[in-house]
Design a protein around this ligand. Structure first.
Ligand code: ATP
Length: 198
């Protein structure tokens, strides 16, 4: 079973494209969704409180994720510390998730920050979703009901360079996405056959 990373900037269409892969039977690990679940773990709550103080808890003693997000948005050191707590848990969870999927030719790991989190080495190949910035901005404004400026602020935290990738999917609302997915799917199936043969 090959492990394939799929990445792209905010609003590039990662989740939407992963849903297409899922519809043809490819399992997808959505790292952001899984990471959020760890904020309910009592050990994580303790560690996060040690880092940010008990003020980070809401009235129900749960981590206030919005408050946390706004702190780390403006404080890169704190973001790195938070990542040190969450990322190893996500990687472990992902490895466990993979265990009963060894019969699959490949699985996908979806994350906007594969390179920023130094995770690229976990994957045989990387798929990059390439979306023009103005389209991604328009999508996120609509999806999250936020202003143009707020989207640009979020995006300013991302690198502007295109990361190294093995496969690229163009999500520009002109080029059809399903044929691109099928083409890459077939190429990965061929690679997975070679992998099994080795
Ligand atoms: P994020 O990193 O912010 O989670 P993402 O890369 O996973 O975003 P999606 O959530 O898939 O991106 O897409 C962002 C928004 O754009 C969603 O509301 C989605 O429905 C819409 N969208 C995605 N692809 C297309 C498309 N090809 N045409 C029109 N709308 C699209």
């Amino acid at each position: 079973m090959l492990k394939i990373g799929i990445t792209g900037k905010i609003g590039s269409g990662k989740t939407t494209i992963c849903r297409i892969f899922e519809s043809i039977g490819v399992p997808v690990y959505y790292s952001d969704i899984e990471a959020k679940k760890f904020y309910n773990d009592s050990n994580v709550v303790k560690k996060v409180c040690a880092l940010f103080g008990n003020e980070i808890l809401d009235i129900d003693k749960n981590i206030d994720k919005k408050a946390l997000a706004s702190i780390v948005f403006n404080d890169n050191d704190k973001l790195l510390e938070l990542n040190k707590i969450i990322h190893p848990l996500v990687i472990q969870d992902f490895e466990n998730w993979c265990k009963n999927k060894t019969h699959c030719p490949y699985i996908l790991f979806e994350s906007a920050i594969i390179y920023e989190s130094n995770l690229a080495h976990l994957f045989s190949k990387i798929i990059y979703i390439d979306c023009p910035e103005e389209i991604a901005v328009k999508r996120v404004m609509k999806r999250d009901n936020i202003t143009h400026l707020s989207v640009l602020e979020r995006m300013s935290k991302q690198g502007t360079t295109i990361p190294p990738y093995d496969f690229r999917i163009i999500s520009n609302e002109k080029k059809l996405e399903i044929p691109q997915v099928l083409e890459i799917h077939n190429q990965i199936l061929q690679l997975s056959n070679l992998d099994v043969g080795m």
